[in-house]
Design a protein around this ligand. Structure first.
Ligand SMILES: [Zn+2]
Ligand SMILES: [Zn+2]
Length: 288
């Protein structure tokens, strides 16, 4: 009671604003978002069962048979051999979700990251939507551990904050599974993915992770957690490392799914890639 009274007094002198629209928050709202912004963060409808992208008309297969009975996966996944089995993506990377992702990267917005991690947890455990409207089937008991996508040790040293760690801790609590952040590490420094093409992203992430100890990971079913998935290169390489260390099943959950990079279909087999020079016009296009 005393703490609630104190926080009301603090709010009176230092009113808190919504992290996205800067509207002043109601004194009873202990989160970081106003109800309007929270209502805009709604789960993606009809996602691909592999990569979590929205399976809008443009992504469905075009033949007559598939129009009658749409595939569960999108066209992008037809050309891919992902190392993960499935990605659960909460929202599409657009509008206020973009602002939320940008803010989550800053240590000052750790509270927002925690709140969004809780929202993902509510969604995964079926508490956000009635069962009839839940677009995914998720079974918490299917997993043995939750693993955040790690940062390089140098970035962690200087930044002292990894939004994936925060999201993973909230998701782990929601699904009642332990978080094992030491099972996956960055084995080398990688450049920022932001302005790279699909092929550049994949090349950039090759061998970027190391998983261990194999004794602990052997036979485990794991759930990776990250803030955003765009081309899928990061999750693919992380899942690859975990599977090499003995994991028998790797899924992932992300807050936001960017689709620009997914729509650029790779035409050069990954084994033959030598970077973007001489590639088709698609590869030369920068992904934002
Ligand atoms: Zn707001
Ligand atoms: Zn897909």
């Amino acid at each position: 009671m005393a703490i609630a009274h104190l926080s009301s007094m603090v709010d009176l002198f230092f009113p808190r604003a919504c992290a996205l629209c800067v509207e002043l928050l109601d004194e009873h709202n202990r989160g970081c978002l106003c109800s309007h912004c929270l209502d805009l963060l709604i789960p993606l409808d009809d996602p691909c069962w592999k990569c979590g992208a929205p399976r809008g008309e443009g992504l469905k297969l075009g033949n007559e048979e598939n129009r009658k009975k749409p595939a569960r996966s999108c066209r992008w996944c037809k050309n891919r051999r992902w190392q993960f089995q499935r990605v659960f993506s909460f929202a599409i990377y657009s509008g206020s979700v973009i602002s939320a992702v940008r803010k989550m990267k800053e240590p000052a917005y750790e509270g927002l990251t925690r709140q969004l991690g809780d929202r993902i947890g509510d969604w995964l455990t079926g508490q956000l939507l009635p069962p009839s409207e839940q677009p995914i089937l998720f079974a918490p008991e299917h997993y043995d551990a939750v693993i955040p996508i790690p940062q390089h040790w140098f970035r962690k040293l200087t930044h002292r904050y990894n939004q994936a760690d925060v999201l993973a801790s909230r998701v782990g609590a929601a699904i009642d599974q332990p978080v094992r952040s030491k099972w996956l590490r960055r084995s080398r420094w990688t450049q920022k993915q932001g302005m790279k093409t699909v092929v550049e992203r994949e090349f950039n992430m090759l061998g970027a992770f190391r998983a261990g100890p194999a004794k602990a990971i052997q036979g485990k079913r794991l759930l990776l957690v990250d803030d955003v998935m765009t081309s899928g290169a990061t999750l693919h390489q992380a899942a690859s490392s975990l599977r090499s260390a003995g994991a028998i099943h790797v899924d992932a959950v992300v807050f936001a799914r960017g689709i620009n990079a997914s729509r650029v279909t790779p035409r050069t087999p990954p084994e033959n890639r030598h970077g973007p020079s001489g590639s088709s016009p698609d590869f030369g296009r920068k992904i934002h």
